[in-house]
Design a protein around this ligand. Sequence first.
Ligand SMILES: [Zn+2]
Length: 226
Amino acid sequence: MCAKLEKTDSQHITYESLLQGNKDWVAATLQEDPSFFDRLSAGQKPPVLWIGCSDSRVPANQITNTNPGDIFVHRNIANVVVHTDMNMLSVLDYAVNVLEVEHVIVCGHYGCGGVQAAMSNKQFGIIDNWLRNIKDTYRLHYHELDIISDPKKRTERLVELNVIEGVFNLTKTSIVQNRWSNGKTLSLHGWAYSLETGFITDLGVTCNSNDHMANVFRIAESAKKA
Ligand SMILES: [Zn+2]
């Protein structure tokens, strides 16, 4: 652990050093807990699904002080949650219905390059199509965002709104609504992580049922198949 903390940049990371790092980690882990891999290989039952940004500075386990086996993870650029994303839907379905996680956390982070790119008018390539989902979120909340004069604060608020919309988009899925209608416990949460302080902020948008959902998004019992 100390050796890890001593690393201040990524310049010394090489292909070979990654493999050596793996050997070192296995040795250190076994020294601390000889049955670690026996236990881990027996199966997983994580209580949490994490939907976060691909950013290398926001690793789910490290910033929550958890271990392998504790968190089921899905990451994409700017932690976007859209219901046309088969990858996200597959992860969500497996996590909710097979692993039976009790919490789904959408975690964005201040200083997100994806959100910053979405706020600009530049072309970045293929990724523009993905980031357009964040532009849609901006359009939904432009009354609030346009009056924030400080560009950094405006970006930070869009980071939060992107997370909040992500949580709401989860509630719109049949996967989540079926879970709730079956009387199972499932809580959805929205978090924002600070690269500057290391602290996570709970954005206070936890959803446990579809009680507060706009009626148009509620899926009728008879249609709850997909
Ligand atoms: Zn990011």
